[in-house]
Design a binder for this molecule. Structure first.
Ligand SMILES: C[S@@+](CC[C@H](N)C(=O)[O-])C[C@H]1O[C@@H](n2cnc3c(N)ncnc32)[C@H](O)[C@@H]1O
Length: 241
């Protein structure tokens, strides 16, 4: 689904003429909506499955235009404490270069700028006392610098919608020390790219669980790509990140 939704990226790789690419950007890739309707259902399901919100937080990696983050904050009102935090992480410059998934995606695909996302959230009534946007390309140094300035509570729910393998690896490294029994991980693109263990979020998660001993149980699968897990045993980590 994400691969299909990436129309500009596909057009770019097919060598489609610039006017057609512009037309796609202007007419198809606009508006305030999620790239993945299944993800919205997954967010509702995760909120129904989760009972632990106190002292924990919601994380979303891969904000794009902000719709899924906005949606989560809206529908969780009344279910979560008033000061419950929603952290949204994105480059706001699209995907990075990928070697592993280069057949499907490329640098700059799926871009939505920071100001546009802020405007979208503000326009549709997001509660900024509950939302924090973090701008930058994911990497271990990026997350470590951020962690020195921002308090990140243990994970209640984390939505990982980062598409490519290289993006998912540092995200899991960052989440690891914040995973507790009961944390829910929703991977929007888990079965993208042919359900291959050699690609994308699926490969990164497989390698991470093998490396750290993280134990999870699958709690649901939705549509073509989306899979959610509940943490049973947190990862074994040498030292906190
Ligand atoms: C599929 S879109 C997210 C869609 C969004 N959750 C929705 O439902 O509409 C993927 C997003 O992940 C971001 N992203 C992917 N890899 C990244 C990385 N390494 N660093 C920062 N942002 C990244 C892209 O900028 C893009 O906005």
């Amino acid at each position: 689904m994400t691969a299909i939704a990436n129309l500009t990226g596909i057009a770019k790789r097919m060598g489609v003429a610039r006017p057609i690419k512009r037309w796609i950007q202007a007419n198809v890739e606009t508006g305030f909506h999620s790239l993945s309707p299944d993800l919205l259902v997954a967010v509702v399901r995760a909120l129904e499955e989760q009972t632990d919100f106190e002292g924990r937080a919601y994380y979303e990696f891969g904000v794009f235009r902000g719709y899924s983050l906005w949606f989560a904050e809206q529908i969780s009102r009344g279910r979560t404490p008033k000061d419950f935090q929603f952290h949204g992480f994105d480059s706001f410059q699209g995907l990075p270069e990928t070697r592993v998934d280069a057949r499907f995606f490329g640098r700059g695909d799926l871009t939505a700028g920071y100001n546009r996302v802020r405007d979208n959230l503000t326009r549709f009534g997001a509660d900024w006392s509950r939302i924090q946007l973090h701008k930058g390309f994911y990497s271990d140094p990026f997350f470590s610098e951020l962690s020195s300035r921002v308090t990140f509570d243990p994970v209640s729910i984390a939505v990982i919608d980062v598409v490519v393998y290289e993006s998912c690896v540092p995200v899991l490294n960052f989440l690891g020390p914040r995973l507790v029994p009961g944390s829910i991980l929703v991977f929007d693109d888990f079965n993208d790219m042919g359900r291959s263990d050699l690609h994308g979020e699926r490969r990164a998660f497989k390698e991470y669980t093998e490396r750290t001993g993280l134990e999870t149980e699958q709690i649901f699968e939705l549509g073509f790509e989306c899979v959610a897990f509940r943490v049973k045993t947190p990862p074994r980590l040498a030292s906190p990140a």
